[in-house]
Design a protein around this ligand. Structure first.
Ligand SMILES: Nc1ncnc2c1ncn2[C@@H]1O[C@H](COP(=O)(O)OP(=O)(O)O)[C@@H](O)[C@H]1O
Ligand SMILES: [Mg+2]
Length: 377
């Protein structure tokens, strides 16, 4: 919306000028231009400072050389203002280097007194530029705040999901696990107390089904809450790769450089979930024959790289509106102070690379309760 009040309000000019004659010239030039304005003259730095306490201005015009100080001293005062009006040097010839230096310091413009006819135009342009600059700064601040809110929200969601997963794993363990263990006990009892071959055959079949159910619930718990991470990231990734190769038949190589330090749990979980999502994507989309997972912590940065030799991600698929896997990984990497790179070439494959600088120790706490050994059947 246009600032209509500003359009109709006279422009408030503060004129830093020791010559009353020159001030009159400025007055006349502005009157001649037809713009509506009010103008106050100050001659000293003290008066300049005082004027900011009693009024606000839309523009400051400043002579370059005044008795005992220059426009640079005045500029330094203006720099301290919270709302800084455009500052235009309106001076006798000061030479190009001085004018350029003034603009470099952040002053809005320079106009020689001989060009007074252009003054109204220069003032209006400086005010417009200032307005645009303020609007951009406001928009940038709003965007940054909104990005921060989004990142906080993603972090919160991530933490909630992990907690929810841990809770479901616990339910499976306590409810389903408990019942399966009881059935196992009863089946064993029946097998011990029966001589009927048909009955024993049924017990055998039921036991087989039971083994399957126990295996399935263990697998589901493991996916929900990888207890294997208690043994460290390397063991967990190794387990993930072995399971992936067995399930998909895709040759999966895992290489881990020796880990110097014990990794933070949140970083381990982020790396694990990154590998998990990358492998899920590979099984769904890559149509590849080989996968390599490499883990290193060289030069103080944890790097996890999951590479396939499949079809690559088509450019149109990168911004799929409903695809949150890779987007979630980007956000998740940020919560531990890291970042995600996706490198892909049509027909040659895809690499998902997670990098996390180690040793900063500053990141969100979205850990799972790893060291609770109750979560195994
Ligand atoms: N390794 C891969 N090889 C080929 N295409 C992939 C691979 N990983 C992801 N993609 C493509 O990128 C898209 C976005 O992936 P993702 O963000 O995980 O979302 P989703 O799996 O929910 O579709 C996928 O839909 C797929 O088209
Ligand atoms: Mg996915």
């Amino acid at each position: 919306m246009p600032d209509t009040q500003h359009l109709y309000r006279p422009i408030r000019v503060l004129h830093l000028e020791d010559s009353a004659v020159d001030h009159q010239l400025v007055h006349r030039a502005l009157e001649r231009s037809g713009i509506a304005f009010t103008m106050q003259r100050v001659e000293t730095l003290q008066a300049l400072q005082d004027s900011f306490h009693s009024a606000s201005f839309d523009v400051i015009l400043a002579d370059y050389r005044l008795p005992g100080f220059t426009a640079i001293d005045a500029w330094n005062i203006v720099l301290g203002l919270e709302k800084r009006p455009p500052f235009i040097l309106l001076s006798g010839a000061i030479g190009e280097p001085a004018a350029v230096a003034a603009i470099k310091l952040g002053m809005s413009d320079y106009l020689p007194k001989g060009d007074m006819g252009k003054l109204a135009h220069v003032i209006q342009r400086a005010i417009e530029i200032q307005k645009a600059r303020l609007a951009k700064a406001r928009a940038d601040a709003e965007l940054a705040a909104s990005e921060r809110r989004l990142a906080d929200f993603a972090e919160h969601l991530q933490a909630t999901i992990e907690q929810e997963r841990a809770a479901i794993a616990r339910e499976i363990h306590d409810d389903i696990g408990g019942s399966l263990a009881a059935i196992k006990f009863d089946l064993a009892w029946i097998a011990r107390h029966s001589r009927d071959p048909a009955m024993l055959e049924h017990v055998n079949v039921a036991s087989e089904m039971l083994r399957h159910a126990i295996g399935a619930s263990q697998r589901i718990m493991m996916n929900l809450r990888p207890a294997i991470l208690d043994q460290g990231l390397v063991a967990a990734l190794d387990w993930l790769c072995t399971g992936f190769e067995k399930r998909t038949g895709i040759k999966t190589l895992f290489r881990a450089a020796p880990q110097d330090n014990e990794l933070d749990k949140a970083i381990q979980l982020t790396a694990y979930r990154t590998a998990q999502e990358a492998l899920t994507n590979i099984s769904k989309y890559a149509q590849c024959s080989q996968v390599t997972i490499e883990l290193s912590d060289a030069r103080g940065v944890l790097t996890l790289e999951v590479t396939d030799n499949g079809c690559g991600i088509a450019p149109a698929d990168v911004d799929k509106p409903k695809a949150y896997g890779l987007r979630g990984l980007h956000e998740r990497a940020k919560t531990v102070g890291g970042w995600l790179d996706v490198s892909t070439r049509a027909g040659l494959g895809t690499s998902i690379i997670l990098s996390v600088p180690l040793g900063t120790g500053e990141h969100a706490d979205n850990q799972e309760p790893f060291n609770d050994s109750r979560y195994s059947l």
